[in-house]
Design a protein around this ligand. Structure first.
Ligand SMILES: Cc1cc2nc3c(=O)[nH]c(=O)nc-3n(C[C@H](O)[C@H](O)[C@H](O)COP(=O)(O)O)c2cc1C
Length: 164
């Protein structure tokens, strides 16, 4: 039996970026939640994924829209991160944003965005694996990512030998 707190502590040693998954309801309502579980899955076809908690209220509303946009946060977007990790009634209030070419909510100044159709949703333990088929994507050349590691937020610190 693995103790849940021990699981969290150990898994927290694996650093992640932070994304906000957004979508738009039929009545124009905007949805969004912060996730660290975003990953690239496949190049051909282009697929990405993330893992929302089964209890996520935002995911419950995003799922029927059939689409989502991944907003990759920069190191100066801690406020947006905290907001979208909360249960605030209107998470977009005071957060500057526009729309993607496909009409989904797009936060200002993100490092990259990826617009997807929901390809597949699989139940795994207490989470869901959501796979998205990429329809459009763009990156900004300048800026640095917001990182999450061992329960805290960090900036990138380059090593002297940066090349792979
Ligand atoms: C850095 C960070 C990473 C997170 N990663 C995830 C994640 O991968 N999956 C998830 O379901 N929640 C994740 N969360 C928590 C959700 O953002 C949080 O539970 C949020 O309140 C969910 O809102 P909702 O109930 O409106 O969906 C993360 C939070 C933070 C701060």
């Amino acid at each position: 039996m693995v103790d849940p707190q021990h699981f969290r502590d150990v898994m927290g040693s694996y650093p992640t970026g932070v994304c906000v998954i957004t979508s738009l309801g039929n009545d124009g309502e905007r949805f969004g939640l912060a996730v660290g579980s975003f990953t690239s899955i496949s190049l051909d076809p282009p697929l990405v994924g993330f893992l929302p908690d089964k209890r996520s209220r935002s995911w419950e509303k995003i799922a029927p829209t059939g689409r989502f946009c991944v907003n990759v946060l920069g190191s100066d977007q801690l406020e947006a991160c905290r907001r979208f990790a909360s249960r605030h009634d209107d998470k977009f209030e005071g957060i500057a944003h526009g729309t993607t070419p496909g009409g989904l909510p797009l936060l200002d100044d993100v490092l990259a965005w990826i617009e997807c159709d929901i390809e597949r949703v699989t139940e795994i333990g207490d989470h869901l694996l959501v796979v998205g088929a990429v329809r459009a994507m763009q990156r900004r050349d300048e800026g640095a990512p917001l990182l999450f590691y061992r329960g805290g937020y960090h900036r990138l610190a380059g090593l002297d030998e940066e090349t792979v």
